[in-house]
Structures are given as structure tokens and as C-alpha cells.
Design a protein around this ligand. Structure first.
Ligand SMILES: NC(=O)C1=CN([C@@H]2O[C@H](COP(=O)(O)OP(=O)(O)OC[C@H]3O[C@@H](n4cnc5c(N)ncnc54)[C@H](O)[C@@H]3O)[C@@H](O)[C@H]2O)[C@@H](O)CC1
Ligand SMILES: [K+]
Length: 509
């Protein structure tokens, strides 16, 4: 699968390289791009009363000239509205020269009902806010509620960040080339793109392979082979043991949600680690999940001495303060020697380090430290990484990557466009989220899934990507009405399907 995401700059380098290597020159690539967009229009809007093609001054506009010519040849009534002349000698100028249609100035743009718009104003070369004639055209198209097919990106949407610069088209379909760009997946870009169609314009995969791209769309193809597979001779602790820290007597539910999710994600044993005063309430609500008293470091050491958890969840409902810091630093400092694979620090666990994040980052950076996975939503991200959060020049993707590098942890920067980033520079953008996943306790479940996978030995970045995808997929299939309590069980069919696709999977009774 073609999961790499190319920044506009990388895409331009790929284009240059592909053109240098042949067999297609720039104009041939443009013709292929334009032909594939025109084909989408033909298939999706065969009955359009008229097609308005808006062509800008760069190569995105060049694609527009090709599209306009082809649609006119196919029998559509086409109006070609232009803004700025292509640079003489450019591929766009060559494409424009081959297009015999009358040019209308974008200044005069007008359209009517039942008509279609092809947006070829600006693509990956967007370099300033969209205003003036282009903004007026966008407003008119929006007021008429006309469908828009965007070429490469809706004009105004940054391919790097998904942010809008000035005005932007809201497309029904966006046809992009070779690989998606981060702006197709990051919000608000993802919403403005509509359906994204990836068109193969003939750029060899090897050209992209040579670029060693480390940013991906999150998809099972990225981590399926790293999913844990239970061996026939296994036993419960060998399948991974998760310890989930509980809060006090009035906030125990979050840890139990994490615990259940860890168990459903395949951990062979899960223990809720509870303060003494919450033992009773936890005991009243647990069956397959075990329970141990952990009120202080001494209790934690005892847990570590016999069948120690291989991964921990610390934060959901836990309370903010010194106790959370001490447990987290204890676990990270203990190192992998004790068989601890990872610590998932969520919610209050993250906020507890707001005044001394560097202590946490230093502990996670120690050679022998277990993997640290941080799962902040936007507010928690700002508490732990205030400088990164406040830098408006950075995209959500950039922010997650910098945070991962600074913290020596894998960062799951949550939201409708969750970004997962590893400390060594890999990142993935998740796109299967659904609005009804934003429900109380949903994050506790996610933290539990991550811990469940870590406990079974799955590497942190893959475990984080897999957890985010499965969590969203379970919610998507459940459909609206979902509450967090439903999520652990809703994971089961998703896991079964992924298992079935696992290369090492054998049918089991
Ligand atoms: N040969 C190639 O490199 C290929 C390029 N392709 C197309 O080329 C596009 C990239 O082409 P370019 O790099 O020329 O960039 P664009 O065509 O996206 O935009 C650059 C041009 O638009 C102007 N511009 C940018 N933002 C503006 C704004 N807000 N208001 C007014 N003018 C603005 C710039 O001054 C420049 O003239 C891709 O998006 C894709 O559609 C495809 O045809 C495939 C092949
Ligand atoms: K465009």
C-alpha cells in the first residue's frame, strides 16, 4: 500500500526526479494528471449542466487546462476561468498553449445551479493567503452549493498542515497524485478535501522509496506484521501482564476501563493496582481482572517482585501530583531488567509533570528505560510541551514529532486527526476516527489498548498506531450511541479480522 505522505516540497522533488529519470517529461505527467481528474468528473458527474474549470498561474493551473480541454472534447459545456498567466516555458504554459478554449477572467466569474466546479487554482505551490478574485469565486461557489472537484488540494488548504490560508474551497472530491500529503489528513484539510482519490500518474515507487519517507497514513498495513500472535505453548503471564493504576474510591472507573481494554487487546493477565481505600470499590466491580493494593513505592516494589506487569497504565482517574510522578519515575528508572516493556502515561499522569516535564523526559531517555507512551489531548499537550504547542508555525504533525523527540517517548497527540510520533522521527496520521468516539472514558480505553499491546512485546510506535486505529475502528463499526464501556468488547471483531489477516495466523478452534 502507498501509505507514505509527501510534503509539498518532497512531492516537488519527486516530480523533478521522476522527470529526470523518464520516461515521462513534465508535460506528460501533467497530461496524465489532467486525464485522471477528467475521468473522475466523467464517472461522477456525467449529467453536469456545465463545468467551470478555474485555472491558476502554476502547474496546478496547467492540470486545469488539460482537464478543461478533455472535458470539452467529451461533450461537456466548459467555461475556463483563469487567474494569472503561466510562466513562459513552464509545463503549465505548454498545456495552456494546447488548450483551444476561450479564456475568461476569474474577475468575472459567475456560475449557476446544477453546475460543477473544477478547482485548479493552487495546489502544492500555495504560497500566500487566498484572497481577491479567488476568494470571491470560492464564496460564490459556496453560496450556490455547487460540487467542487479539487485538483491535488482544495485551493487555500496547505498540503503541509491542512490549515486554511485565507479562503479555501470545500471539495466533494480531491484527486491527488502519486501519494497523499499531510494536509489531506490533518484537520481542517481532511474535511475540506471531501473524498480523496489517489491517482497514479506513472511515478515509479522506487523514486519515492529512495526518499526514505517516515511519515505515513495510519493503516493496518503499517503494523500488521508486528501484532502479537499467541503461541500454542503460552500461559497467561507470557501473554503479557498489564498493571493499571486506580485512583481513589470516587474515581476508580477509568482504571477499570483501561484494564478491560488491555485484556481485550490480548494481555494474558491484567491487574488493577489500587490504593488501600479504593480496594473495596474496585473488588466489587472486577471479575477476570486481578486486584492488588498499591498505595506507595513499597507496595509497587512488592508487585514488581512476583509476576511483575510488563506494561503499566498510569493516569486515568489517578489524581494529579507527587504520587503519580513517583510511580512513573520508579517504573522508568527500574528499567527493562524487570521485564517491563512500557509505561503508558495518560490524563492526570501527564498533567502531574506540568511543572517539571524535564524530569520525566530525562527518565524516559535513559538507555535502559522501558518505552514511554504519552497520550495527550490538546490541553494536556499544551501543559507538557508549552513551547511546542505555542509555536504557530508548526503543524500538528510537526508538533507531535518534536514532542516525541524532546520527551524520548512515543506521542499519541489525540484529536479527530490523531498523530502518532516516535522519538526517532517516524510518524503516522490517523484518519478512521468518528465523532462519537469523543465520549467520556474513550481515552482510558485507548491507553489500555496501548498497554495491552506493549505488554505482549509489540514495539511502542507500532503498538500506538495499532491501538489508535483499532480504537477508532471499533467505534466506527459500533455506530452512534457508543459509550466508552462498549469499546473493550467492540474491539473483539476488529481484532479477529486483523488476526485473520496476520501473515502468521493459523485457523484456531
Ligand atoms: N510537473 C509537475 O511537477 C507536476 C505538477 N503537478 C501539479 O502541479 C502543482 C504544483 O505546481 P506549482 O508548484 O506550480 O504550484 P501551484 O500551481 O500550486 O501554485 C503556484 C503558483 O500559484 C501562485 N500562488 C500561490 N498561492 C497563491 C495565492 N494564494 N494567490 C495567488 N497566487 C498564488 C504562485 O505565485 C505560483 O504562480 C501540483 O499541485 C499539481 O497539481 C501535476 O501536474 C503533476 C506533474
Ligand atoms: K486546487
Amino acid at each position: 500500500m502507498r501509505l507514505e505522505l509527501l510534503s509539498p516540497m518532497e512531492m516537488a522533488a519527486v516530480d523533478r526526479r521522476a522527470i529526470a529519470d523518464g520516461p515521462f517529461d513534465g508535460l506528460a505527467l501533467m497530461r496524465r494528471a489532467g486525464t485522471l481528474v477528467a475521468a473522475e468528473v466523467l464517472v461522477r458527474y456525467p449529467g453536469a449542466a456545465k463545468v467551470h474549470v478555474l485555472a491558476g498561474p502554476g502547474n496546478n493551473g496547467g492540470d486545469g487546462y488539460v482537464i478543461a480541454g478533455l472535458l470539452a472534447e467529451s461533450g461537456f459545456a466548459v467555461s475556463l476561468w483563469t487567474s494569472g498567466m503561466p510562466r513562459p516555458g513552464s509545463d503549465a504554459a505548454l498545456a495552456a498553449a494546447q488548450c483551444r478554449l476561450e479564456r475568461l477572467s476569474l474577475l468575472e466569474f459567475t456560475a449557476g445551479p446544477d453546475e460543477l466546479v473544477v478547482d485548479a487554482l493552487y495546489g502544492s505551490g500555495l504560497s500566500r493567503p487566498v484572497d481577491g478574485d479567488a476568494a470571491r469565486a470560492i464564496a460564490l461557489v459556496e453560496s450556490l452549493d455547487l460540487p467542487v472537484v479539487a485538483v491535488d488540494l482544495p485551493s487555500g488548504v496547505s498540503g503541509d498542515s491542512g490549515q486554511v490560508s485565507g479562503s479555501a474551497f470545500r471539495a466533494a472530491v480531491t484527486v491527488t497524485f502519486a501519494r497523499k500529503k499531510p494536509g489531506h489528513l490533518l484537520l481542517p484539510g481532511r474535511e475540506l478535501c471531501g473524498e480523496v482519490v489517489l491517482a497514479d500518474i506513472g511515478i515509479d515507487d522506487a523514486v519515492i522509496g529512495e526518499m526514505n519517507i517516515r511519515i505515513f497514513e495510519n493503516d493496518p498495513a503499517l503494523w500488521r506484521t508486528a501484532l502479537p500472535v499467541a503461541q500454542v505453548d503460552t500461559h497467561k503471564y507470557r501473554r503479557g501482564h498489564v498493571g493499571a493504576f486506580s485512583g481513589g474510591p470516587s474515581s476508580t472507573g477509568a482504571a477499570r476501563l483501561s484494564a478491560l481494554a488491555a485484556a481485550r487487546a490480548g494481555a494474558g493477565a491484567v491487574t488493577v493496582l489500587s490504593p488501600a481505600n479504593a480496594m473495596q470499590v474496585n473488588a466489587a466491580h472486577l471479575t477476570s481482572i486481578m486486584l492488588r493494593k498499591v498505595s506507595d513505592a513499597h507496595d509497587l516494589a512488592k508487585v514488581q517482585a512476583n509476576h511483575p506487569p510488563s506494561a503499566f497504565v498510569l493516569g486515568p482517574g489517578f489524581g494529579i501530583g507527587e504520587k503519580a510522578r513517583a510511580f512513573a519515575l520508579d517504573i522508568l528508572g527500574d528499567g527493562r531488567s524487570n521485564g517491563v516493556e512500557g509505561l503508558v502515561l495518560d490524563a492526570d499522569g501527564i498533567t502531574s509533570f506540568r511543572d517539571e516535564p524535564s524530569t520525566l523526559f530525562a527518565a524516559a531517555g535513559l538507555e535502559a528505560a522501558p518505552a514511554l507512551v504519552l497520550t495527550p489531548h490538546e490541553g494536556e499537550f499544551g501543559r507538557l510541551f508549552p513551547d511546542i504547542a505555542g509555536d504557530e508555525t508548526l503543524s500538528k504533525l510537526d508538533k507531535a514529532r518534536r514532542a516525541a523527540s524532546l520527551s524520548h517517548g512515543t506521542v499519541i497527540y489525540k484529536g479527530a486527526d490523531t498523530v502518532i510520533a516516535s522519538p526517532e522521527g517516524r510518524a503516522a496520521i490517523n484518519a478512521n476516527g468518528v465523532p462519537w468516539l469523543a465520549t467520556a472514558g474513550s481515552g482510558d480505553v485507548l491507553a489500555g489498548i496501548v498497554a495491552g499491546l506493549l505488554a505482549q512485546g509489540m514495539p511502542a510506535f507500532e503498538a500506538a498506531c495499532a491501538a489508535v486505529w483499532m480504537h477508532a475502528e471499533a467505534a466506527r463499526r459500533f455506530r452512534p450511541g457508543l459509550i466508552a464501556d462498549d469499546l473493550p468488547a467492540a474491539l473483539v471483531p476488529v481484532l479477529h479480522e486483523l488476526r485473520g489477516q496476520h501473515p502468521k495466523a493459523r485457523p484456531q478452534g
